[in-house]
Design a protein around this ligand. Structure first.
Ligand code: NAD
Ligand code: AHE
Ligand code: ZN
Length: 369
């Protein structure tokens, strides 16, 4: 199968739009025609070379939606024509992690996924005979892509694929982090660091959870209008203060917030996010992804005195069981997605989508094949 794709040949270079070869699905695999994909900061992070799991050359992209084209031997839960969202966090339902009831981090395909290959250790992508790596088990920057059956959520065929593609990462991650990881309760105070798609989805989740105060923090004040639309009640630009930002938030909240969320990937901000939490009970959730070699630090006394540091991957959401419900909530008007889409473009303009994200001029650009 020939497919339009964007190839990341090496770190730090723009993607090349090219026609690639995609092999059909092997046993337990599914070929999907991606109809729409968007660019998440994690794609830019990996392309920058900062990802310890970055493999090149690769077909990046992990936030997409499409239609099943062909299924491999033994695939029973999907058939051609089904509408699907690719999952970078699979759900096999059978591994130790899935059975634990404690995490969404399925282990069934994660080891090979991190090496940029399918579970049998090989790639389905090539260009002029040269093998290309898969990415996060999804590779949505190819019109035709191949995934393990366990890495696809079947969703309502009524839902617009160019909107629900955002449930493949950004929107689900932010809302899930509030609902599953922090379990924000009505009346709680919340601080959100970083107002990209992830931070804005956290704000939407905090409003759904009936938080009493939602403090939106970003160094780019252009993000504040949208944050207000999603439910933020206060706005703080750290550049307007000489005090450390954790002190500013502690002063604003009579000792600190109940929950904070780091949605940037900056280890210094992660420390601030922890330290702006209330003594005795405040919880800080790390969502942002930091580069190879970076580490977090704080005085252990911050934890001894009751603050809690947690992390969240894909919002703790089990994709195959829970994403269909997210899609239904969107269709029933209970979940906002359209507001995250700041630009729509043809797939071929993908490098421009990366530039807009870096320039702070987009929340999500949806690319149409
Ligand atoms: P984005 O680039 O759209 O948004 C980041 C925001 O942070 C921007 O608005 C930027 O102005 C702001 N910012 C940068 N430095 C800041 C600072 N020092 N103080 C305050 N604000 C600052 O990115 P995104 O797509 O929303 O992704 C956010 C982070 O979440 C990335 O690190 C991404 O890799 C990560 N992520 C993690 C998961 C997960 O499952 N854990 C899922 C998706 C994305
Ligand atoms: N590969 C990196 C870490 C990247 C990372 O943390 N990824 C997040 C999803 S970001 C989506 O935009 C995640 O869920 N990680 C859990 C997992 O299993 O990958 C590294 O540091 O090696
Ligand atoms: Zn992402």
């Amino acid at each position: 199968m020939k497919s339009r794709a964007a190839i990341a040949w090496e770190a730090g270079k723009p993607l090349e739009i090219a026609e690639i070869d995609v092999e059909g699905p092997k046993a337990g695999e599914v070929m999907v025609q991606i109809k729409a994909t968007s660019v998440c900061h994690t794609d830019a992070f990996t392309l920058s070379g900062a990802d310890p799991e970055g493999n090149f050359p690769a077909v990046l992209g992990h936030e997409g939606a499409g239609v099943v084209q062909e299924v491999g031997e033994g695939v029973t839960s999907l058939k051609p024509g089904d509408h699907v969202i690719p999952l970078y966090t699979a759900e096999c339902g059978q591994c130790k992690f899935c059975l634990s009831g404690k995490t969404n981090l399925c282990s069934s395909v994660r080891a090979t996924q991190g090496k940029g290959v399918m579970p049998d250790g090989t790639s389905r992508f090539s260009k002029d005979g040269q093998s290309l790596h898969h990415y996060m088990g999804c590779s949505t920057f190819s019109e035709y892509t191949v995934l393990p059956e366990v890495s696809l959520a079947k969703v309502s065929p009524e839902a617009p694929l160019d909107k629900i593609c955002l449930l493949g990462c950004g929107v689900t991650t932010g809302i899930g982090a509030v609902m599953n990881t922090a379990k924000v309760e009505p009346g709680a105070t919340v601080a959100v660091f970083g107002l990209g798609a992830i931070g804005l989805a956290v704000i939407q989740g905090a409003q759904m959870a009936k938080a009493s105060r939602i403090i939106a923090i970003d160094v780019n004040p252009d993000k504040f209008d949208l944050a207000r639309q999603f439910g933020a009640t206060e706005f703080v630009n750290p550049k307007d203060y000489s005090d450390p930002i954790q002190q500013v938030i502690v002063d604003l909240t009579d000792g600190g917030v109940d929950y904070s969320f780091e949605c940037i990937g900056n280890v210094n901000v992660m420390r601030s996010a922890l330290e702006c939490c209330h003594k005795g009970w405040g919880e800080s959730i790390i969502i942002g992804v930091a580069g190879a070699g970076e580490e977090i630090s704080t005085r252990p006394f911050q934890l001894v005195t009751g603050r809690v540091w947690k992390g969240s991957a894909f919002g703790g959401v089990k994709g195959r069981s829970e994403l269909p419900g997210y899609v239904d909530d969107y269709m029933n008007g209970k979940l906002k997605i359209d507001e995250f889409v700041t630009q729509d473009m043809a797939f071929e303009e993908i490098n421009e989508a990366f530039e807009l994200l870096h320039a702070g001029k987009s929340i999500r650009t949806v690319l149409h094949y």
